[in-house]
Design a protein around this ligand. Structure first.
Ligand SMILES: [Ca+2]
Ligand SMILES: [Ca+2]
Length: 129
């Protein structure tokens, strides 16, 4: 984990900070041009990332307001993603976040549902063999 506290100071950037920023910018540009547009649910409003299938490659989850679903796109580590898998959540799920909420070491998903005044929690679990 990189310590980014040096960037928040008033113009006090450590000597190694500039190279780190340039590296990140290059990676973002490369990923965008290789991947293009990937279909998800209707009106994807929130997005978060995590490794949902534990293959060490980051995956994407979107909160789809129009469908009341989340869409999960499994990444291959090279900037491509499998077609979406969707899961129902509450009404008007505008935002999404990830974390291990029950301490079982599997990544979970939470959405904030505007019209329900609720959150939806989707607990991760191992896939069937
Ligand atoms: Ca993954
Ligand atoms: Ca969990």
């Amino acid at each position: 984990m990189h310590d980014l506290r040096g960037f928040s100071g008033a113009g006090n950037i450590p000597s190694g900070g500039q190279a780190f920023s340039e590296c990140l910018a290059w990676r973002w540009i490369g990923e965008l041009s290789a991947t293009g547009l990937i279909p998800v649910g209707t009106i994807p409003f929130g997005v978060a990332v995590g490794d949902f299938n534990e293959d060490d490659y980051l995956d994407i989850v979107t909160a789809d307001v129009g469908d009341n679903t989340v869409s999960i796109l499994l990444g291959d580590g090279l900037g491509s993603f499998q077609p979406q898998a969707t899961f129902p959540v509450g009404t008007s799920s505008y935002s999404v976040a990830v974390g291990d909420f029950n301490g079982d070491d599997y990544l979970d998903i939470v959405t904030a549902n505007l019209n329900d005044n609720t959150v939806s929690v989707l607990l991760g679990k191992p896939c069937d063999p």
